[in-house]
Design a protein around this ligand. Sequence first.
Ligand SMILES: Cc1cc2nc3c(=O)[nH]c(=O)nc-3n(C[C@H](O)[C@H](O)[C@H](O)COP(=O)(O)O)c2cc1C
Length: 223
Amino acid sequence: MTKNRYSEEEIGAVYRVIRERRDIRHFVPGSLPSGLIERLVDAAHQAPSVGLMQPWRFIRITDAALRGRIHAHVEAERHATAAALPSRNDEFMKVKVEGIRDCSELLVAALMNGREPHIFGRHTLPEMDLCSLACAIQNMWLAARAEGLGLGWVSFFDPEVLAKMLNMPDGAKPLGILCLGPVASFDSQPLLEKIGWGKRLPRSEILFENRWPADARPTQPMY
Ligand SMILES: Cc1cc2nc3c(=O)[nH]c(=O)nc-3n(C[C@H](O)[C@H](O)[C@H](O)COP(=O)(O)O)c2cc1C
């Protein structure tokens, strides 16, 4: 027991939000209370980042026509993904993969331009900028869940097309369309697990000791 430890109740809340966070594609009508979007962006902005680079940028989409164009592009990409699947294409087309039209707030999360000079921690691993952005999105995801709001990370898009749509400068790269808003309920299981698309692996398959086991195989996708 360390003196820096949170109270049992606070620790319970941390593990609870981690367990109960879900990727959300089904939203109900409603808006966010005033100031909440800023609070969630501030939560994202508290994330760790390589070399304190803070490469995350968020674009709030408030123009309905632009939201419509983003949705149309994602829909086209969803069809392209279905066509690229070796099997289960019909099943895939029935899976809801975004709530762009129904969510109350839409944000695009992107990597800033001008990342090349940032070599602190990225000399051999340039993708650490991407990892930093992912940390920021996870912060927002957890904070949103604690606030009772759903967040869905949508990645069915061509980054170049989306970057152009949003007037992004060369080198900036969108990595997530984030759908945010009130939901009817939160499932206890990921949607993809519930519909039999995949399942969470047992700990024994993701935690190794000292070396990669000789008999460990990559998990095969279920399609
Ligand atoms: C980087 C990333 C991209 C994702 N892209 C999509 C997406 O385009 N559409 C979608 O429905 N879910 C997307 N998801 C959500 C995953 O499907 C989801 O996290 C996973 O099935 C586990 O469910 P859970 O988040 O509810 O625990 C994405 C998640 C991550 C981390």
